[in-house]
Design a protein around this ligand. Structure first.
Ligand SMILES: [Zn+2]
Ligand SMILES: [Zn+2]
Length: 145
């Protein structure tokens, strides 16, 4: 599936799956930022937009959970970079790991979480590719079949 992009920041297809309640843990590479999720999450969406390419070095794969269901265990090195007027990217300022994408105007009170920061097994699946038209010329868009 390729998610339609009428409004990618507030897209029904990108919202949390209320019936998919999970307990997950995650961290950055050095472990100085770590968190727990206990609640409904969304399956994983790949984003190929230019900002995600520049911040991740490739493309971003993200799940999503309600902020109220995310408990920070360690966050002393968590720093937020403002990438759009109401949008911030959370990363570890020790190891540089990408962790979160926060649209503070989002109506679902959700936070996008970089799926690679989750401890496996996640039992999530990849359900969408967005902003594929922005993918770099070297990049092969993953098949979702
Ligand atoms: Zn770190
Ligand atoms: Zn993106």
């Amino acid at each position: 599936m390729t998610v339609p992009l009428t409004d990618p920041l507030n897209n029904e297809a990108l919202s949390i799956h209320e019936d998919k309640v999970m307990q997950l843990t995650g961290s950055c590479l050095c472990g100085e930022v770590s968190y727990e999720i206990d609640g409904p999450v969304r399956d994983v969406v790949n984003c190929f937009c230019n900002q995600c390419q520049k911040t991740s070095g490739h493309h971003v794969a993200a799940t999503r959970a309600n902020k109220d269901d995310i408990k920070m265990i360690k966050d002393n090195t968590l720093q937020w970079y403002k990438c759009l007027p109401d949008v911030f990217r959370g990363f570890c300022n020790n190891c540089g790991g990408n962790l979160f994408w926060d649209n503070r105007k989002a109506e679902d009170n959700g936070l996008a979480i970089m799926a690679g920061s989750l401890d496996a097994p996640t039992n999530l699946k990849t359900i969408g590719n967005i902003f594929t038209e922005d993918a770099s010329d070297y990049c092969k868009i993953p098949s979702l079949k």
